[in-house]
Write a new protein. Structure first.
Length: 72
């Protein structure tokens, strides 16, 4: 004969764990959605290469030319 008595404490812990699990899952979904929206909104990936904090002379020349063409 198995003795299995669930105490009120077990029910409260289960409810709390489910709540924390739902909050964690919703946080993961929010981060995933924001990442997907950001990646889709990038457009031309070459525009983002300038913002990786690495000096690239070839990109700087292109950026300078683009600014000169835009101001004329």
């Amino acid at each position: 004969m198995a003795i299995k008595v669930e105490h009120e404490l077990h029910k409260r812990r289960l409810d709390r764990n489910v709540g924390v699990g739902l909050l964690l899952a919703s946080f993961v979904v929010i981060v995933l959605v924001l990442t997907v929206v950001k990646v889709q909104g990038l457009g031309d990936i070459r525009e983002m290469e300038r913002f990786d904090h690495v000096a690239r002379p070839a990109l700087e020349e292109a950026a300078t030319r683009a600014q000169e063409e835009g101001t004329e």
